[in-house]
Structures are given as structure tokens and as C-alpha cells.
Design a protein around this ligand. Structure first.
Ligand code: HEC
Length: 275
């Protein structure tokens, strides 16, 4: 049975190769021709479709792209109608996409309360995954100016046309100052900060950072601030000794680095740097 199959497949293969050579030969001699190319699967080469911005006689107005239907809102990205809380993955994704398109929750999607004022606090529960995401996104979009440590000393920030503030400035911890209000920080991330002439002092990141990521970044900014307010009493008893040792090590390393660089300092005082 096996042998038989092998014989058939060998014969079949030989016949196939010959047939292919015969059909392909006239078209494969390297000659140039003005004839249209040979198409073995024409329906795959020329599938009927309308390209963006192209003309068509299918619609009365001659446009292939259709204008939005008046008084409608985007409904979703999936054909399924789902609930974001569904246990079915597809339905949950459909529900989430729909919620993001409708943006009905003004507080979450705009960072403003019903009174039009910035929210004082992030309107969702913050968990470790959200903070991780915020740290990652902050590193991509903000650290260049605000610095990885949030001190405003990023490589771009120190040369930027407007001074970049440090998140450790007390205004960022003052709830009566917009900087201390999470909804304001959210708004600054999405919409940037403009000068009177409309130019940006800080660029807007709303096209790259969606509402979920913007709140995650706000959470990370608050974590950075909180990290500098830490006291030894916040550390669990069992880990205090290890933390104390780490601090001593870091202090010693900083002192050693200072001693190394001090004699090498230039004789003439450094001027303003490369601003
Ligand atoms: C290209 C440089 C640049 C980048 C990138 C940048 N910022 Fe800024 N940011 C600035 C400058 C400059 C200011 C100060 C503007 C001013 O003086 O009003 C500022 C101010 C702020 C403020 C204070 C707002 C206020 O009301 O005073 C916050 C909060 C802030 N940035 C957060 C962020 C976050 C979060 C990101 C990342 C998504 C980011 N920035 C990315 C340059 C930048």
C-alpha cells in the first residue's frame, strides 16, 4: 500500500513538473512584452474593491468613500455587541471598544467632574499592573523631558525651550493647586500646555496615550512623589535592616564617586552648559 502510493506520487510529480514547464515556458524566457502579464489566479490579482479617495460609479455622488451618516455615533469595532464585564473574551473586547468610543463616563475620559473641575483623585482602583504600565509609558513619553526620576532633568528637558518642572516641587503635592489634582495631570498629558500664541510649551500626547494609559501615568507620577516621602517606619520591620544597609552602601558609593571626580574638575568654572 505504501509502495503503491509512492509510485503514484512519483508519476504524478513528474507529470506535474512537465505540465508546469510547458505552460510556464512561453512566459519565462526573459523577454519583454507589451502584453498584459499572465495571470494564473486572476481573481486574486484583481479582487474587486474600492480604494480610499477613489472614484466609483456605484454611488450617485461618484465617491468610493462614504460620508458619516448624520446623527450617528461610532458603535464599536466588532460585529458582536458585548459587555466589557463579560467572561467571553470577544464580547468583553467588543464591550470595551464600545465604551472607549462612546466615552460616556466624562470623569474617566476627560478627567473632569460634573462641575467641570479637574478630579482630585484617579477615578478607578489603582493596582500593581496599572502602575507597571504607567512606569513603562512614562519612560516612553515623558522621561525625555521630565527625567526617569521625575526631577525635570531629562536629556531633552534640560535643553527644552520652557523650563521643565520637578514633580517634587511642593505644588505637585498641593490639592488646592491644579498640579496636585490628578484630573489636571491627566488633562496635561492628553492635551499638553499651550502658550498664548497657540504654540506648545509641553506637547499633547492624546494621540499616543489613551485614557487608560494616561491614568496609569498619573498613578506612576504619584508613586514617584510618594517614594520620596517614604520613612523608615513605612518599611516592614523585618526588612528595615536590609534597607538601612542598602542606604549606607549607596551613600558610600556616592561619596567615593565624589572623591574620584573632585580633583578632575576643570580649573575654569563651567559656564551655562549647552543650552
Ligand atoms: C518635550 C518635553 C516634555 C515632554 C515629553 C513632557 N513634558 Fe510635561 N512639561 C514640559 C514643560 C516644559 C512643562 C512646563 C510647562 C509650563 O511651564 O507651563 C511641563 C509641565 C508638566 C506638568 C505640570 C503642569 C502644570 O500645570 O504646571 C505635568 C503634570 C507634566 N508636564 C506631565 C507630563 C507627563 C506625564 C508627560 C508624559 C506623557 C510629559 N509631561 C511629557 C515638557 C514636557
Amino acid at each position: 500500500m505504501l509502495n503503491h502510493a509512492r509510485t503514484i506520487s512519483k508519476t504524478g510529480l513528474a507529470a506535474g513538473v512537465i505540465a508546469l514547464a510547458v505552460t510556464a515556458l512561453p512566459g519565462c524566457r526573459g523577454e519583454r512584452t507589451n502584453e498584459p502579464p499572465r495571470q494564473f489566479f486572476p481573481d486574486m490579482d484583481d479582487g474587486p474593491k474600492q480604494k480610499a479617495q477613489s472614484q466609483t460609479n456605484f454611488f450617485a455622488d461618484g465617491r468610493a468613500m462614504r460620508p458619516r451618516v448624520e446623527n450617528t455615533v461610532a458603535f464599536g469595532l466588532f460585529s458582536a455587541v458585548g459587555d466589557a464585564k463579560s467572561s467571553n473574551n470577544l464580547l468583553a473586547a467588543a464591550g470595551k471598544a464600545r465604551t472607549d468610543l462612546l466615552r460616556e463616563d466624562s470623569a474617566y475620559y476627560r478627567g473632569m467632574g460634573a462641575d467641570g473641575k479637574p478630579l482630585l483623585k484617579i477615578p478607578v482602583k489603582v493596582d500593581a499592573a496599572m502602575i507597571d504600565r504607567g512606569m513603562e509609558r512614562y519612560g516612553i513619553y515623558c522621561a525625555s523631558c521630565h527625567g526617569y526620576a521625575g526631577d525635570g532633568q531629562g536629556t531633552v528637558g534640560v535643553q527644552w525651550s520652557a523650563p521643565v518642572p520637578s514633580y517634587y516641587d511642593p505644588t505637585f503635592s498641593d490639592p488646592t493647586n491644579p498640579r496636585g489634582q490628578d484630573g489636571h495631570v491627566f488633562d496635561v498629558i492628553r492635551n499638553g500646555l499651550k502658550n498664548a500664541d497657540g504654540s506648545y510649551r509641553m506637547p499633547a500626547y492624546g494621540d499616543k496615550v489613551d485614557a487608560h494609559d494616561a491614568w496609569a501615568i498619573v498613578a506612576w507620577v504619584r508613586v514617584m512623589q510618594e517614594s520620596r516621602r517614604g520613612q523608615m517606619s513605612d518599611v516592614p520591620e523585618a526588612q528595615r535592616e536590609a534597607v538601612r544597609q542598602k542606604i549606607e552602601q549607596l551613600k558610600a558609593a556616592a561619596a567615593a564617586a565624589g572623591a574620584e571626580t573632585a580633583p578632575a574638575a576643570p580649573a575654569t568654572p563651567a559656564t551655562g552648559g549647552q543650552k
